[in-house]
Design a protein around this ligand. Structure first.
Ligand SMILES: Nc1ncnc2c1ncn2[C@@H]1O[C@H](COP(=O)(O)OP(=O)(O)O)[C@@H](O)[C@H]1O
Ligand SMILES: [Mg+2]
Length: 367
């Protein structure tokens, strides 16, 4: 079901945690709230679940207004049909997996046959059908998280809220469960709000990402859109763009901006025009994978920075180089390996990036 948040403001005492936040989540959409710890992700989710009472605003689930500060509507959590999965598993260790998942259905006094059918269906979905009779204390972390998910799904929630559900798991399991979660969400057409501070998790799970900073949404769009065109350098930074430098525009040349890096003697060509925003200087942002390295000088008229390899880090199909530029900063370059030899530390190199790959962004999204 669709979920609508309109102008939600939430404070804990004097501290405002969410500022005038609005989001429209479509039916069947997976929306990921992405942002640093403390930016207000969990608070937003708790408002939807009815576990926090905003100062103002309105929340609608499907066609039902569950919160409206003006009309003094505040539907209690257990009447909102919202499922929640948290980082901590909250599984009863002394019950079987079946009983863990069946618990809420039994509370609702559903017929035995229906309970059995529904529990079996969701256990199958999360890949635990063969473990139904096993005690929950014997499960691994990944399996426990699946039980927690099954327990929410079995209630057939209108919207499923997941708050960093995979952060306690090791990296490989996290990768796998991420794909499984996405598969289940798409197959069931579930409306999901997924909270994470992990950008790769967000990119993998989202139909749309809402990027949060300081209690507000600073950018909301499809993952590839945000990845390709972040609104600010701080968003780019958060998404893993490691080459970010303050700059000033010094000239234009054949439809390109010529930028000087603050405090350095290096020229950068870019297709984008710096915006005249705020007091802070704009930032040059270049993804490490957009930097190429050559051992020969490059042709005139392109970005052409002479440097020296400072650090080499072999990463399998890629090599990560740190290159100290002559008269300039250090560049982080992620270079596909293609079976070629690694450039040793000390090698003189010419680094380049297409002017189209050089973004000039404001430091922050204006408030
Ligand atoms: N129960 C609470 N009492 C007081 N302050 C809180 C409480 N919960 C969260 N906060 C504060 O509200 C802000 C947002 O927190 P939270 O929503 O948990 O962020 P996130 O989930 O993005 O890490 C933070 O500054 C946090 O310290
Ligand atoms: Mg949180």
């Amino acid at each position: 079901m669709k979920v609508q948040l309109e102008n939600i403001t939430l404070a804990y005492g004097d501290a405002v945690a969410i500022k005038d936040l609005s989001i429209d989540i479509a039916d069947g959409e997976s929306l990921v709230l992405l942002g640093k710890s403390g930016c207000g992700k969990t608070s937003t989710m708790r408002c939807v679940a009815g576990l926090e009472t905003p100062l103002s605003g309105r929340i609608t689930i499907g066609d039902t207004v569950v919160f409206d500060s003006d009309r003094r509507v505040n539907v209690p959590p257990n009447k909102r049909n919202v499922g929640m999965v948290f980082q901590s598993y909250a599984v009863w260790p002394h019950r079987t997996i079946f009983d863990n998942v069946a618990f809420s259905l039994r509370q609702k006094k559903l017929p035995k046959a229906e309970i059995r059918a529904r529990v079996t269906e969701v256990l199958d979905m999360v890949g635990l059908a063969e473990f139904a009779g096993r005690g929950a204390s014997l499960l691994s972390g990944g399996q426990m998280q699946r039980v927690a998910l099954a327990r929410s799904l079995v209630m057939r929630p209108s919207v499923l809220l997941l708050d960093e559900p995979l952060s306690n798991l090791d990296a490989r399991l996290r990768d796998r469960l991420r794909v499984e979660l996405r598969e289940i969400q798409q197959r069931m057409g579930l409306t999901c709000v997924y909270v994470t501070h992990d950008q790769s998790e967000a990119l993998a799970l989202a139909d749309r990402i809402a990027l949060m900073q300081n209690g507000r949404i600073v950018q909301i769009d499809r993952p590839e859109k945000i990845y390709d065109a972040p609104f600010s350098a701080s968003i780019a930074d958060f998404l893993g763009v490691s080459n970010i430098f303050p700059c000033t525009r010094v000239a234009s040349r054949e439809n390109l901006s010529v930028l000087g890096l603050t405090g350095h003697d290096v020229e950068v060509l870019s297709r984008s025009l710096p915006t005249e925003a705020g007091a802070a200087p704009p930032r040059v942002c270049i993804r490490p994978e957009d930097i190429r390295l050559a051992t020969e000088p490059l042709p005139e008229g392109t970005n052409n920075w002479l440097g020296r390899v400072e650090v080499v880090s072999f990463q399998g199909s890629y090599v990560r180089y740190r290159v100290g530029l002559k008269g300039g900063p250090e560049l982080d370059a992620l270079v596909p390996r293609h079976g070629s030899a690694l450039l040793p530390v000390g090698t003189p190199v010419w680094a380049t990036a297409e002017p189209a790959a050089v973004q000039v962004l404001p430091a922050e999204v204006p408030a």
